[in-house]
Design a protein. Structure first.
Lengths: 350, 294
């Protein structure tokens, strides 16, 4: 059990790639932090710096009370779950779990007890004598989890642990990992580029872009008040619509926009905040032509073209409406569902 | 199972295409091998006037011949020594080169060169280096108080031929080990590092076991090399001496057959060697296909 403190962390790879630039982050004891961001934004690099698999070019990293910058991975009291699981192929499941304990000189009885406890918790008790290649992807994933938790480390580090599983198993394992993490209350740093995983698992979400933090906050915070246009576009699916403020000012009643700051020249609207209804009090009203209707079972995505707008808008409805493509449709938006941004800096203005 | 069938326009083309390989195999393997089999059951008198059929007598005599048994023993130690030396040095080099990033290819190129050297030349090279009167090694060893002379000491002679034979084979082993090391996922090593294994421990508990299929393959290749491909090395350095100390089986076949003109015995020895090759090849195919260990 420990907190993790990152103080101005930098990583410059040999060759000059600046993968991580100036990360400040405090992770509380027992907290689950999810690092999310596009490919190449430095998520894995940051995680591996915490693990001790990459050197820290600049800044200080605390795990618990200790500065761990110069400690070997083994001495940092962390456990890591790799994307490819990294199970030792020539060892049985039992020995895979026991390896770290043996290296640390635990007694045979203690190793046996811990391995069996972990195996029971993860329901892999039946496979203890098998080699990893005799297991399914999901079972391997459990073994990888087991190897992390037998050690009872101060922190778990996960690098996209579910990305090799099929969609159904991914959802199941997501739930299990989160339940386990809550039960054990072990500080965790979890890397993913799957925003659904990020939103559902995190106590707090860290959105990374280009080696820097764009926003830190609870999933609901980040979702309902994205701090930058990048976060607005990255979190949420379909992505948030962005309209020039001028367009709204020219088409809407001015008191609907009065609450927006002057500096806001870009307005974001989430696809689900547009409703196919008659306008009511305090609502903005937008009318466009339906280009495409995408039914998706319980919901539907509508692609619309608005007069005077270059980009198409996407609207998400919680049902499949009976409309035809080419038809003109009117939508309403509540004015507190407008997200004002400064187009030049990309920052939210309030 | 459906196999793809090639159709040739001419009926003779497939045979013509196969012919070179078949002719080479027949001339250089089937024919001499059958000659050896035939000769191994015959015996000539001293003057080469009469040849008689003796059945397995040549083999019986061989197995009762102290010189032959000595040669078996010498071959055993020579093979074990050469295999162990060339493989362990190659593994050491491979591990070191694998750690490099930029200079890896340069080192690999240099380390592969000795493989292009003919065995006889390798033999001469080491003959010079270890020459008791003009060689640099005996000179240096003298500095440590060791009096090197492979012409009189059978231990020195054995060490010399092992080094000379192993040196050439290091390149080959090195390439395989390097490829093997590169195929081990980095994340396994990292996981082991997080699991608290020291560098040494990681090597012996993770890397080395994962290399075991390659190690086994190389072991068979090296034993075969040491037993059959080192004629040139022996011929250029010790010529089997002193006092039969480095007279390995292959060299003895040559000596008995071409120098001492004892064709029957020499042929019987060849047949035994052929048997050994067949056994080694079978072992190799059996186990390689099953992939050792995991
Ligand atoms: N060993 C390395 N040497 C040089 N540059 C590297 C190295 N590893 C990663 N990089 C670079 O650092 C940047 C961040 O890489 P990183 O692996 O952290 O991205 P990521 O966010 O994990 O991406 P993904 O989602 O694709 O896994 C990338 O531009 C990458 O090319
Ligand atoms: Mg990554």
């Amino acid at each position: 059990m420990a907190s993790i403190t990152m103080d101005n962390l930098h990583k410059v790879y040999t060759g000059g790639v600046r993968a991580v630039t100036g990360i400040n982050l405090d992770i509380a004891d027992g907290e689950m932090i999810v690092l999310v961001g596009p490919s190449g934004c430095g998520k894995s690099t940051l995680l591996r710096m915490v693990a001790g698999l990459e050197t820290i070019s600049e800044g200080t990293l605390h795990i618990g009370e200790r500065v761990v910058n110069n400690l070997e991975p083994a001495d940092r009291d962390i456990a890591m779950v790799f994307q490819n699981y990294a199970l030792y192929p020539h060892m049985t499941v039992f020995n895979n779990l026991a390896y770290g304990l043996k290296n640390r000189g635990f007694s045979k009885a203690e190793i046996d007890r811990r391995v069996r406890d972990a195996a029971e918790m993860l329901e892999i008790g039946a496979f203890l004598d098998r080699k990893p290649r005799q297991l399914s992807g999901g079972q391997r994933q459990r073994v990888a989890m087991g190897r992390a938790l037998v050690r009872e480390p101060a922190a778990f580090l996960f690098d996209e642990p579910l990305s090799n599983l099929d969609a159904k198993l991914r959802v199941q394992m997501r739930v299990e990992i989160r339940q386990l993490q809550k039960r054990l209350a072990t500080t965790s740093l979890y890397v993913t580029h799957d925003q659904l995983e990020a939103l559902t698992m995190a106590d707090r979400l860290v959105v990374l872009n280009g080696g820097q933090i764009e926003q830190v906050g609870t999933p609901m915070d980040v979702y309902s008040r994205p701090a930058t246009t990048f976060v607005a576009g990255f979190i949420g699916s379909p992505a948030m619509n962005m309209l020039p403020a001028d367009y709204l000012r020219s088409t809407q009643a001015s008191d609907n926009l009065a609450h927006l700051p002057q500096a806001a020249d870009l307005i974001g609207i989430r696809p689900e905040d547009l409703a196919l209804e008659t306008p009511g009090d305090g609502d903005l009203s937008l009318t466009g032509k339906l280009l495409l209707l995408e039914p998706a079972g319980a919901e539907s995505h509508l692609h619309l073209k608005f007069d005077g707008l270059h980009e198409n808008m996407i609207i998400r409805l919680p049902h499949v409406p009976s409309v035809i493509e080419g038809q003109a449709l009117s939508f309403t938006v509540r004015r507190d569902n407008l997200h004002p941004f400064d187009g030049a800096t990309g920052k939210r203005v309030s | 199972m459906q196999t793809k069938r090639m159709t040739f326009s001419s009926k003779w083309l497939p045979y013509a295409l196969l012919a070179p390989q078949v002719i080479i195999t027949v001339i250089f393997f089937i024919w001499p091998a059958s000659q050896a089999l035939y000769q191994s059951v015959l015996r000539q008198d001293i003057f080469g006037l009469r040849t008689e059929f003796v059945g397995l007598d040549n083999f019986v005599r061989l197995l009762n011949d102290p010189l032959y048994l000595n040669s078996l023993n010498v071959t055993f130690w020579f093979s074990v020594g050469t295999t162990f030396l060339s493989m362990s040095v190659a593994l050491l080099f491979a591990v070191m080169v694998n750690r490099m990033i930029r200079s890896r290819d340069t080192y690999t190129t240099f380390l592969v060169w000795p493989y292009a050297v003919a065995p006889a030349i390798a033999g001469v090279l080491w003959w010079f280096i270890f020459n008791p009167s003009i060689g640099i090694m005996p000179y240096m060893l003298k500095g440590f108080g060791y009096d090197w002379n492979h012409r009189s000491s059978s231990t020195d002679a054995m060490i010399l031929v092992i080094i000379a034979a192993a040196w050439k084979q290091i390149s080959y082993n090195f390439l395989f080990f390097l490829a093997g090391l590169q195929s081990i996922p980095q994340s396994l090593i990292e996981a082991a590092a997080i699991d608290g294994a020291s560098r040494m421990k990681r090597f012996w508990t993770i890397v080395f076991p994962l290399l075991s299929p390659i190690t086994f393959f190389l072991m068979v290749v090296n034993v075969v090399y040491a037993m059959f491909d080192t004629f040139g090395v022996i011929h250029a350095t010790t010529e089997g001496g002193p006092a039969q100390a480095t007279n390995i089986l292959v060299y003895k076949v040559y000596r008995d057959g071409f120098v001492n003109l004892n064709l029957g015995s020499s042929a019987a020895q060849s047949v035994i060697l052929m048997g050994i090759v067949i056994i080694l090849t079978v072992i190799q195919f059996r186990y390689i296909e099953r992939r050792v260990n995991y």
